[in-house]
Design a protein around this ligand. Structure first.
Ligand SMILES: C[S@@+](CC[C@H](N)C(=O)[O-])C[C@H]1O[C@@H](n2cnc3c(N)ncnc32)[C@H](O)[C@@H]1O
Length: 432
């Protein structure tokens, strides 16, 4: 199957079924069998979402009439074509002929002349669109108005640099499993395998790769010597201040990036309980633990269904890596720009408060709960923590002594792109 056809189908599936791009790629049989074309398909899909709002605007300017809803696949095909013309170094005639030929494959042969005319007109008139695009923050950076407004309100000084950072290609970070070897030893193995990288600041286990690499090429990956994990995500576990013999809960645990980090960081904890609501994601969590040779007590359950998973023994430490808008990881998941809505954020926000309230009962006196999100919206982060502390007199904020991030007064925030990291928020809450 042709790369353009697969990319168009994936873009359509993500938008029409509101599926995350990573999920759509993982479950698309044609993509899985695409061999050497996988990288091209991936680049087209990610790039199309990164620039979707801008490309859609340009397409609207090029069309005399809007594409009918029932023909929306044609719209996605043209947007995929425009992405290649505007952002990739593929000869324009090749993009036009591949895109026109794909009309037949999507059973829209009748649209060949239209697609040909639109793409050729774009090639002739490229420059005409630039002033309108450059003069509008939403079009220039390809973000919807509501995201820009929220960021402008939350981060009046930084919102522009956040928008720019959201469109950068993210770096790839590794976390070395120190139960197996030191970071320095692993770097030597990488060098022997011809993979360049350097140690990161802030995380003692972190390595920044010079360029993204297939995990299968990483020495010892399948044997659990290393994991792929964003640097900002690696900062959560140290905040737990883990000690031997503690009972630890990782609520919202799949796919297990932080659960495995907990077990690698303090091998002498008494137990780690992990909870995940989604059975498919819980399966991925188990696979992560198996690959790394680690063990946790796994519960597939909704946290709010507390009688289902809690035996009334309180925990010393709780990590709540809460479901969130994921607005801090847009550079890794650009489809969030298209899929997320203000209504979603509202619903997620009340779920966050519910989860925090439920979990608070399961924390021992003098225990510590670390609340983490990969969001950069204040309402999911510092605002929520303030409300929680004001309501719960047995809760105090423990200051985070770290070189990274911005102190919000109610936790630390890393804004997307700061020190080359994703946008993350952390608050440490102690029970008195
Ligand atoms: C941010 S992700 C966790 C990432 C994970 N901590 C890691 O580092 O790999 C949030 C997870 O919470 C799960 N989740 C959402 N609502 C939940 C609930 N009510 N109870 C349990 N898990 C939930 C989601 O399915 C998702 O897997």
């Amino acid at each position: 199957m042709s790369s353009r056809l697969i990319a168009t189908q994936i873009v359509e599936q993500v938008i029409e079924s509101k599926l995350p791009l990573t999920y759509a790629l993982r479950h698309n049989e044609s993509f899985k069998q695409a061999g050497n074309d996988k990288a091209l398909i991936q680049e087209i899909c990610y790039g199309t979402f990164r620039w979707y709002a801008q490309l859609e605007y340009i397409l609207d300017q090029l069309l005399d009439k809007r594409i009918k809803k029932k023909d929306s696949r044609l719209k996605y095909l043209m947007i995929v074509g425009l992405y290649q013309l505007r952002f990739m170094r593929i000869p324009p005639h090749a993009v036009v002929s591949e895109t026109v030929n794909t009309c037949k494959k999507i059973k829209m042969e009748w649209a060949k002349n239209l697609v040909n005319a639109i793409l050729r007109r774009y090639i002739r008139e490229t420059e005409l669109f630039n002033p309108a695009v450059d003069n509008d923050d939403g079009l220039r950076t390809s973000h919807s108005k509501w995201i820009i407004e929220q960021l402008r309100r939350d981060w009046p000084k930084e919102w522009k640099s956040i928008l720019e950072a959201n469109n950068q290609h993210p770096p790839m970070y590794l976390r070395v499993n120190e139960l197996r070897q030191s970071r320095e030893q692993y770097l030597i193995k990488m060098k022997q395998a011809g993979i360049a990288g350097q140690i990161t600041p802030y995380s003692k286990q972190g390595i920044l790769l010079e360029k993204p690499t297939d995990v299968e090429q990483l020495p010892g990956f399948n044997k659990g010597e290393v994991s792929v994990q964003e640097l900002a995500a690696q900062l959560s576990v140290e905040l737990l201040d883990l000690k031997p013999e503690q009972t630890v809960l990782d609520a919202c645990a799949a796919p297990g990036g932080k659960s495995s980090h907990i077990l690698e960081s303090q091998a002498k904890i008494k137990s780690l309980t992990v909870i995940e609501k989604d059975p498919n994601r819980a399966k991925r969590l188990s696979e992560t633990l198996i690959r790394l040779g680690l063990h946790a007590i796994t519960k597939v359950s909704d946290i709010n269904d507390i009688d289902h998973w809690w035996n009334k023994e309180p925990f010393d430490r709780i990590l709540l890596d809460a479901p969130c808008s994921a607005t801090g990881v847009i550079r890794r998941h650009p489809d969030i720009k298209i899929l997320r809505t203000p209504e979603d954020v509202k619903a997620i926000n009340s779920l966050q408060m519910q989860l925090l309230t439920t979990l608070w009962q399961t924390l021992k006196p003098k225990g510590l709960l670390v609340y983490v999100t990969c969001s950069i919206f204040k309402k999911e982060n510092s605002d929520l923590i303030k409300i929680f502390i004001d309501k719960n007199t047995d809760c105090v904020l423990k200051p985070i002594e770290a070189e990274w991030g911005k102190d919000t007064g109610y936790g630390k925030q890393i804004l997307t792109g700061q020190n080359n990291m994703d946008g993350f928020f952390y608050a440490c809450l102690e029970k008195i």
